[in-house]
Structures are given as C-alpha cells and as structure tokens.
Ligand binder design. Structure first.
Ligand code: CA
Ligand code: CA
Length: 288
C-alpha cells in the first residue's frame, strides 16, 4: 500500500509486509517494476531507502530485493533480516545501492519483498521510498578510500545533496561517509564559512538538497549558472581572490547581486526542500 505514515522524502512511501494484515505462514508480500537499463552506460546503480520493522528473527522473516532479467531467474541482490528471537527491532531509514551495471542493455524486473516464513507468529513489515536507477554514481565512501589525508583543502561539488547538514559525514579509520568528510578528511568546519570563515584554510562547497542545473538562467542577461561557476573559478584561480571574494564577484557580475543576496545562498524552495549552496569552513582562504 501507499502510505503517508512513514516516509523518507516527500509525503508518501510504499508499505510492504504484514503490519496491517494477519501474518500468513510462508507469506510473501511484494511489489515489482520492469525497467530497461539503457545500453552504452557503464556504472548503473539501483538505489532505494528502506525502513524495516520486525518482531521476528533473521532466520524467519526478511526484506529482500531481487533482480530478474526478463525470461531469466531472479537473483538475490539484497537481504535484511530481523534480530534474534524474541527481538523487537526498529531500524532507522537506510539507503542501499545495488550495482546493476551487468544488466546494461537488458530489461529487468526489480522485486521488493517482505517474507514471513514458517509460522504466523511475529510480524515484519518494511517501508520503501525513493527508488531510483541512475548511472555515473560516485560514492562518498569510495572517494574516502581514494583521497589522501591532507591533500584536498578546497572542494566544490555542484551536485544535489552534497552539503546537507546532517550529512557532513564522519571518519572512522579508512571508512568515511559524507562528501565533506570523504574529501577533506575533516568535519570541524564552520557551517557558514561565507559569513563566518573559520580560518582553517579548508573549505567545502556543496548543495543542500537540489542544485541548480548549469543550464538554468541566473536572471541577469542570458547568463546561466554554468557561467557563474566558471567565473567563480576564474576569480579564485586566475585573479587570486579569496573564496568569498570570488563568490561575490561572480555573483555580482553574472547573477546580479552579491552572493549573500542571492537565492542560491539564502535558499529557495524546490519540491518542498530548502535548497541552497553551502559554504563550509574557510571562505577567507585563497587558492594557491
Ligand atoms: Ca516518498
Ligand atoms: Ca514472522
């Protein structure tokens, strides 16, 4: 069922399983979607967010995801079970991404399933939200494995969701999460490094929620946000301005107002999400 009682983004999610239905021994509640993975792509990932509730043990009930090529057998791609009997566990929302690059050029069924096995005791159900299949994924944790500690002092990611405050990230040994932590290998950053530069000589710029398309006009003449971003780099790298000065100069010339008077700094609503550029760390630094 579609429900508004628990969701990750937006107002709704899909509820699978036996929350409102009597338990069925060896019952499987499922939903599926046929998609075609376009040929010519190299890295394609299926991403989804799930929130699993279970009263049962890992051996008896689970949430699982299968991929089945048309005319082929389903292949188990993800499985998450409960806790040891007599557990009662509420997991938070979690994102999972499955590599489906091997299905490029094929049509596949994607199955999401909640299984209640063997008996009618102890219910299990799962909410599912934000299912997407996209190419050219870059994972924060994979970046963290490939970046050298102390090497990256400035990073600007013009991409959705790269600077949501709850996702500034963290570092645990070689494992990192969040784009800022994965690139800069640090999380102690001013959360408004434009208004309050922290003097750390480390700066991460990203987008909270939705980023502006490069092709979108800024409102000044026929300039687009591509021009703004390009000229930011020109002022920062060629002219030797500080990050803040380069943001302001590009903003005045190609958006029509200082950076802190623009909607990309102050935020604009997109699909109910306050979206904006976030400057974390030291906006007063200059780039070598
Ligand atoms: Ca939703
Ligand atoms: Ca059960």
């Amino acid at each position: 069922m579609v429900t508004s009682e628990n969701h990750n983004w937006g107002s709704y999610s899909m509820l699978l399983g036996f929350k409102y239905h009597d338990n069925v021994a060896n019952g499987r509640d499922y939903a599926y979607q046929l998609i075609t993975v376009p040929s010519g792509l190299t890295t394609v990932k299926l991403s989804f967010w799930y929130h699993l509730f279970t009263e049962d043990s890992v051996a008896y009930d689970w949430f699982a995801v299968y991929v089945a090529p048309v005319g082929g057998d389903p292949v188990l791609k993800f499985k998450k079970g409960g806790v040891d009997y007599p557990g009662w566990e509420v997991y938070g929302w979690k994102q999972e991404a499955i590599d489906i690059s091997s299905y490029v050029g094929q049509s596949i069924y994607i199955y999401f399933e909640v299984a209640n096995m063997y008996d009618t005791l102890f219910k299990t159900w799962c909410y599912l939200d934000d299912v997407t299949a996209t190419d050219n994924w870059i994972f924060d944790s994979e970046i963290g494995l490939r970046t050298v500690n102390g090497r990256h002092d400035f990073v600007f990611l013009w991409s959705c969701g790269t600077a949501n405050e709850a996702q500034i990230g963290g570092i645990s040994g070689t494992h990192t999460w969040g784009m800022a932590a994965s690139w800069l290998k640090r999380t102690a950053l001013s959360l408004d490094g434009y208004a309050n530069p922290d003097g750390s000589r480390h700066c991460f710029i990203g987008w909270q929620y939705y980023s502006k398309p490069f092709t979108e006009p800024t409102g000044k003449y026929s300039f687009t946000y591509r021009t703004f971003a390009t000229m930011f780099y020109y002022y920062a790298l060629v002219k030797g301005y500080t990050i803040n000065q380069a943001l302001d100069k590009a903003s005045i010339n190609y958006i029509g107002a200082p950076f802190n008077e623009t909607q990309i700094y102050n935020g604009y609503d997109y699909n109910g999400f306050l979206s904006k550029i976030r400057v974390w760390g030291d906006g007063s630094m200059t780039l070598p």
